[in-house]
Design a protein around this ligand. Structure first.
Ligand SMILES: Cc1ncc(COP(=O)(O)O)c(C=O)c1O
Ligand SMILES: N[C@@H](CCCC[NH3+])C(=O)O
Length: 420
């Protein structure tokens, strides 16, 4: 069941011991477990069995080439939000016909690239975007497959920075404007209206907002049918939350799929799913080494070689990530509260405050859990720190999918003007 487990006294990713991996790759690094990715993908699809659907993995959660290839091999499509993500999806082997393109700020150039690639659908988020897309398609002599992203004005109980479905959020077309915009889209000859899209936020662990939003969309779809606009696709976005805290079990794909069946199942459309976090989140760890332990006057600090630039979520969303000592800890080992921090020069570079951990010392390895989604993709080189490697394990083997650049390579992107 679990693909990160203690064996022979140390934490393993599948059959690879993390200390061995750390030796080979150097710390910090991200590691992803193939078996977990595959299991999450299968469980999600099984929940929707019998309902026509297309699963487009949200690449913003994890754009690692080997992760996306693993999912593409199982039949996944991709939800992309930039030309860069689209090219990465194609490179990973996702067929163009399984790619949907979302986002409020697509440029005309990005639209043209998507149309030339022949993707499944462009999810348009505003009236001006619709007009631009119609123009781009007409100029290329192509027909753009379009879904309109609607804002259902539903509050999702999640961190305010990742809620997207309220009227005041920048995403989607207001529900009451939607019929008119659909009519306009249907009248534009370079567009083919294929569907409606929504996405109310991320890390949602309560099914009620999904039910409310899907119910509103069902009403819209029925109204449009009366208007003579039949939709092939209902793209319900992503957003299903995962357990970050060990031992908690938020509703999973089965409960989510039940809501989808109840609210949208009768409409006969293909449901497009865009899960990101649920597929990749608990399939990844960030492995880091203890640089030193500092006993302050008021607090104790465990200083890691990974920082907020490598895993931004705690600093940005006060997110909780489990911290696993890589060396197995005997059951009776005393636990003491300690602040787990990185080396970056900001107090926000804190992974956990007062976390109960066994005694750890310089050189020990720890693994930050649930780091497979919105981890490496949100990393930066802040404080002159190179992006860390990403490794995929599969059974007993591993592959470094992205290696650590050396400082020379990192600096090679910079140059000085000749007048300085
Ligand atoms: C349009 C869209 N689809 C899918 C996702 C993926 O969401 P999650 O990782 O929460 O499943 C997001 C991010 O929240 C999104 O903005
Ligand atoms: N980056 C966020 C999720 C954003 C979802 C994007 N729409 C997180 O780490 O939780």
């Amino acid at each position: 069941m679990h693909h990160f487990t203690y064996r022979d006294g140390v934490l393993h990713a599948e059959d690879v011991a993390l200390p061995r991996l750390a030796e080979a790759v150097g710390t910090p690094f991200y590691v992803y477990a193939t078996a977990t990715l595959e299991r999450h993908y299968r469980v999600f699809r099984q929940a929707f069995e019998g309902l026509p659907h297309e699963l487009c993995f949200a690449m913003k959660a994890n754009g690692n080439l080997a992760v996306v290839r693993t999912l593409a091999n199982l039949g996944a499509g991709a939800d992309v939000v930039s030309a860069g993500e689209m090219e990465m999806a194609l490179m990973a082997g996702v067929p163009a016909g399984r790619i949907v393109f979302s986002g409020v700020g697509k440029t005309a150039e990005e639209m043209a690239r998507a149309l030339k690639a022949g993707i499944l659908q462009i999810n348009v988020e505003s009236e001006p975007e619709l007009e631009t897309l119609a123009g781009v398609a007409a100029e290329l002599g192509l027909t753009a497959p379009v879904a309109l992203r609607v804002n259902p004005d539903v509050a999702a109980d999640t961190h305010h920075k990742i809620a997207t479905g309220k009227a005041e959020d920048k995403f989607g077309i207001d529900l009451d404007r939607a019929p008119a915009v659909f009519a306009r889209a249907a009248a534009l000859p370079s567009l083919e209206v294929t569907g409606v899209a929504l996405h109310i936020g991320s890390q949602i662990t309560d099914m009620a907002p999904f039910a409310a939003a899907f119910g509103r969309i069902a009403g819209l779809v029925e109204g449009l049918k009366g208007q003579g606009i039949a939709l092939k696709h209902i793209d319900i976005g992503g957003g299903l939350g995962i357990p970050y805290i060990e031992g908690t079990t938020p509703p999973g794909p089965a409960e989510y799929a039940a809501v989808v069946r109840q609210t949208l199942g009768h409409l006969g459309a293909t449901i497009v799913l865009e899960p990101g976090r649920l597929i990749a989140g608990n399939a990844g760890l960030l492995v880091s080494r203890v640089v030193r332990v500092k006993e302050g006057t008021s607090r104790r600090f465990l200083i890691l070689d990974a920082g907020m630039n490598d895993l931004l979520r705690p600093a940005m969303y006060e997110a909780h990530h489990h911290i696993h000592p890589v060396q197995a800890v005997p059951g009776e080992a005393p636990l003491r509260p300690i602040d787990v921090v990185g080396p970056v020069c900001e107090s926000g570079d804190t992974f956990a405050r007062g976390r109960l951990l066994p005694e750890l010392k310089e050189g020990d390895l720890v693994a930050l859990g649930s780091a497979g989604a919105y981890g490496a993709v949100m990393a930066s080189t802040y404080n002159g720190r190179p992006l860390v490697p990403e490794v995929l394990v599969n059974g007993g083997r591993f592959h470094i999918v992205r290696r650590r650049p050396d400082l020379k390579e990192m600096l090679a992107l910079e140059s000085l003007p000749d007048w300085l």
